[in-house]
Design a protein around this ligand. Structure first.
Ligand code: ADP
Length: 160
């Protein structure tokens, strides 16, 4: 039985994240999506808002759960007894950043393995920051995020 975690900011969650979650949950027996709360970072959505959106998005999948983390991700994983971490990769820039991060995590927690999963071509240029920018200009978000997230974004930017 292999349990894996998929950590990220998810500010907000997108179809790119959902695709990685859907594919990971068929590779691993259980998947915990970990919403990071880093005090150094400024988020558009609070941790609770990101948790609620993600919970709504994965509610049909019985082997997927969602957790919040305000400490080092590897510390939470050790506490939960999870030793596989999934990260999504879109391009070489992501890979370069992700490989450094995975080496740092390896030094901190040698027992945890990072597994990279390539994005689908249709989500190659989909990132949370572009979604936020488009929402600020009241753009059409329907191909990028599910309705629950589009609604929350439009409300945040006063588009409704
Ligand atoms: P970060 O923790 O770097 O802020 P994000 O919340 O943006 O990360 O994303 C969490 C994870 O999902 C990261 O591994 C990121 O590379 C991955 N990811 C983000 N967007 C996509 C996408 N469109 N396709 C595949 N993976 C993605």
């Amino acid at each position: 039985m292999i349990r894996a975690a998929f950590p990220g900011s998810f500010d907000p969650p997108t179809f790119g994240h959902i695709d990685i979650i859907e594919r990971s949950r068929s590779v691993f027996d259980e998947l915990v999506v970990v919403i990071a709360e880093n005090k150094q970072k400024h988020y558009l959505f609070s941790a609770k808002e990101r948790l609620d959106m993600m919970t709504e998005m994965v509610k049909e999948w019985k082997n997927v759960s969602v957790a919040l983390c305000d400490r080092l991700i590897v510390d939470l994983l050790s506490r939960l007894n999870i030793n596989v971490m999934v990260r999504g990769v879109r391009n070489v820039t992501d890979f370069s950043y992700e490989s450094e991060l995975s080496m740092m995590n390896k030094a901190l927690s040698p027992g945890i393995e990072t597994i990279f999963m390539m994005t689908r071509p249709e989500y190659l240029v989909l990132r949370s920051s572009s979604v936020r920018e488009l929402a600020a200009f009241n753009g059409d978000l329907s191909a990028l995020v599910p309705p629950v997230v589009a609604g929350a974004l439009h409300k945040k930017y006063g588009n409704l």
